[in-house]
Design a protein around this ligand. Structure first.
Ligand code: ATP
Length: 310
């Protein structure tokens, strides 16, 4: 597998309109997505996610900066051929059947009739639309259209997938099914970049998360790095007379309350080490508890400016 970035965004600035009335939707962002990575692009409404994604496809031109996909400038045939794309709002012909739509998109991507015939039924099954190939799209619900959109994006087995608002319109079962589809694609080594408001999706699927707010990147980290400070463990203990507080605990600045000591520890491994040391020195553990903040709480605190580690 090549080690060149699949997506490379450098100092990207995108504005709508010109002059004093221009809206700066993306304000100088840089990031890379490497082959085989699954990266979630997270932000609130209006953060600049769709605008960034549209520049990756070459639908919008940057005011400043560079966007390269598979080493080619965004929007070139070479870069587009290797990407499967699901737009935020996909408008399909209402009087077309699902099978026909997939034939159309697959044909545009160079697949022949026999190949399409072979690929479409299992593809429909994979996205949870088994047996719906002959249904007119006007009779598809929003969630079914989204599933079809995903089938459309993956029919030519592209190396990279870019999804704008991945789970838009899907109910919880739909989201679960979609996660399975994405996990399979991930296991098959595809590069996946998707925007979402759904932080649970990110926790379960992504290797890395890029959070954008008001056109700027506020955090870029692996899911483990992001989750690390979100888990907090408390341990209350009593030490045998004359025993010092073990180092693995004292670095967490425990507080004394009568004969009890109380420590808060943020890392699972450090917590385990502290408990082991306590039991070794004959301490009595009075109570333990844990507090987990969700990635969602973290994101809200980040965009409201109250800091991510609070
Ligand atoms: P959402 O989650 O709601 O889809 P987003 O993160 O995808 O939001 P964008 O659609 O990229 O955000 O919008 C970023 C900013 O650019 C917003 O302030 C939006 O109002 C503005 N914007 C988006 N499209 C246009 C447009 N065609 N003309 C003018 N301003 C636009």
């Amino acid at each position: 597998m090549s080690n060149l970035p699949v997506i490379e965004v450098e100092n990207l600035v995108v504005e709508y309109g010109r002059g004093s009335t221009a809206t700066r939707a993306v304000d100088g962002i840089s990031f890379k997505v490497m082959p085989g990575e699954c990266v979630g692009f997270i932000g609130a409404n209006g953060a600049g996610k769709s605008t960034t994604i549209k520049t990756l496809l070459g639908f919008i031109f940057p005011r400043q900066g560079q966007v390269r996909v598979f080493g080619s400038p965004a929007g070139t045939v070479e870069s587009r051929q290797r990407i499967g794309y699901l737009p935020e709002v996909a408008l399909y012909y209402p009087f077309m059947k699902a099978r026909e739509l997939l034939e159309l998109y697959g044909g545009l991507q160079g697949l022949g009739r026999a190949e399409l015939k072979r690929r479409i039924p299992p593809l429909l099954e994979e996205v949870g639309l088994a047996g719906r190939g002959e249904t007119l799209l006007k009779n598809f619900s929003k969630g079914m259209q989204q599933r079809l959109g995903i089938a459309q994006a993956i029919i030519a087995e592209p190396e990279a997938l870019i999804f704008d608002e991945l789970s838009s319109g899907l109910d919880p079962v739909g989201k679960f099914d979609l996660r399975q589809v994405l996990l399979k694609l991930k296991q098959a080594g595809r590069t996946i970049f998707f925007s979402s408001h759904e932080l649970t999706e990110v926790e379960s699927l992504c290797d890395r998360v890029i959070m954008i707010h008001k056109g700027r990147i506020v955090t870029e980290a692996t899911v483990q790095e992001l989750m690390k400070p979100l888990n907090e463990f408390q341990v209350v203990f009593q030490l045998p007379d004359g025993s010092p507080v073990p180092d693995s605990i004292s670095r967490h600045k425990p507080e004394r309350d009568g004969s009890n000591w109380r420590a808060s520890i943020r890392d699972t491994a450090e917590y385990a080490a502290a408990v082991a040391d306590l039991s070794q020195c004959g301490a009595r553990i009075v109570s333990t508890s844990s507090n987990s903040r969700s990635l969602e709480d973290y994101f809200i605190s980040l965009v409201r400016g109250t800091g991510g580690n609070a």
